[in-house]
Design a protein around this ligand. Structure first.
Ligand code: ATP
Ligand code: MG
Length: 270
């Protein structure tokens, strides 16, 4: 079986300066991989490269495969390449002038559903993503919702797009603890197979979860990569990283988060 996502020797440079320098990893269906690293280490650029959203002045090379199919790393690619994103700022993924229900219905209509069926599925997805007033949310514009609610709308949108891979860049950083938990619950839908929502693809989605928050990564992800200056400096299971950190940055992260680990279960919950 192919991995859901395969990245080989990813390199991004700007005017001869290497920003991402030979990053390789694979993600299986249903797997959640945490991408950790200090500010400026290249996490968001890695995400942008995978999403085909690098600034035009940057050059990129390497290999990207989704479900065993080569996908060009250039910015010129189909919108349906099988990879979608959730950002720290959900407003950047939503059109402020279009009702949220309509935005959810668009990919469902592209998938061949009739207007009433797409509307029904959109409603179901909002409910699955933990939106309490789904009917009202369908009629709302993005400016009328809170940050946590918008993150959950974006998760519903990612589910509607049926993509194989979800890249979540600091999706909970701007949220309070309660909203954070709700967003993580909604995100976990993405990587669980056999969920009852009929539009969700049969195989579980793979997730690249970018975060500064080691306790969240430890509770939510299985594996982790640590970036330093655009290279992978450490990788392995979250547990091994927490228990035996090798790189200086990982040691600092573990030290800073130590108090939180006392309340962690003995294995990652996923
Ligand atoms: N548009 C850009 N133009 C020039 N350099 C950039 C640009 N975007 C990022 N960089 C550089 O690329 C490197 C990696 O940046 P990136 O945004 O990926 O960091 P990050 O790990 O996501 O950091 P943070 O945790 O602060 O979000 C940094 O040195 C940054 O200065
Ligand atoms: Mg970033």
């Amino acid at each position: 079986m192919h991995p859901a996502l395969l990245v080989q020797d990813l390199r991004v440079s700007l005017r001869g300066r290497a920003l991402i320098d030979g990053v390789s990893f694979a993600l299986d269906p249903g797997q959640r991989l945490a991408l950790l690293g200090a500010s400026g280490s290249g996490k968001s650029l890695t995400a942008a490269a995978l999403l085909g959203k690098l600034p035009a002045a940057m050059s990129v090379s390497g290999r990207l495969q989704i479900n065993g199919m080569d996908v060009p790393l250039s910015n010129r690619r189909s919108r349906r390449a099988g990879i979608t994103a959730i950002h720290q700022d959900p407003m950047s993924s939503l059109n402020p002038l279009v009702r949220l229900g309509k935005q959810l219905e668009i990919p469902l209509r592209h998938a061949g559903l009739s207007v009433p069926a797409a509307r029904q599925q959109a409603l179901e997805l909002l409910v699955s993503a933990g939106i309490e007033e789904a009917e009202r949310t369908m009629e709302s514009f993005s400016g009328e919702l809170s940050g946590g609610q918008l993150q959950r709308v974006c998760i519903a949108l990612a589910l509607a797009c049926r993509s194989t891979v979800l890249v979540a860049d600091e999706p909970t950083t701007a949220l309070d603890m309660v909203s954070q938990a709700k967003v993580l619950d909604a995100l976990s839908l993405y990587s669980e197979s056999g969920h009852s929502t009929s539009v969700q693809s049969a195989s579980a989605g793979a997730m690249l979860f970018i975060t500064h928050d080691l306790p969240v990564a430890a509770a939510f992800c299985h594996q982790a990569l640590v970036l330093g200056s655009g290279r992978i400096v450490e990788e392995g299971s979250i547990r091994s990283l927490v228990e035996r950190p090798k790189h200086q940055y990982t040691k600092q992260l573990v030290e800073a988060a130590h108090a939180d680990f006392d309340s962690l279960p003995s294995e990652a919950t996923a």
